[in-house]
Design a binder for this molecule. Sequence first.
Ligand code: IDP
Ligand code: MG
Length: 147
Amino acid sequence: MHENLNIKMATNRTFTMLKPDAVEKGHIGAILEKINASGFRIVAMKLTQMTRTDAETFYAVHKERPFFGELVEYMTRGPIVAAILEKDNAVEDFRTLIGATNPADAAEGTIRKLYAASIGENAVHGSDSDENAAIEGDFHFSGREQF
Ligand code: IDP
Ligand code: MG
């Protein structure tokens, strides 16, 4: 029973970044408060800045898109908060909490509705699958930094 519970929780993680615009505008505290209030446990967290190579690697899936250069500029221009979050159904529930990619389409009360300026500068990242959550978390944190 307890072993099963632990195995289940270990797979229910997602990865997030509070992006440079959110950090610049002083929204770290408010966004973390919302994440906590929504039942996520922080299992890793740091203030860091992505290099150009980091951003190109992290967003490699978008490298053919017209906004790729702009995205890399944006994501490298200042510090971000990177974090791994744990909760039942973490990936899906976090995507619901952050809202649509374009804040104009995001539901009332979502993080992007509250804090995002545009489809490009949209305040926060959330992994889109369990597989990507693990890849993205491991990209930013060593095993010793994941609690
Ligand atoms: P997601 O972050 O909601 O998963 P994706 O489509 O995976 O959205 O795009 C990754 C990131 O690329 C977005 O969060 C946003 O910062 C940026 N982006 C997406 N679409 C556009 C666009 O049309 N113009 C500019 N930037 C975009
Ligand atoms: Mg995405």
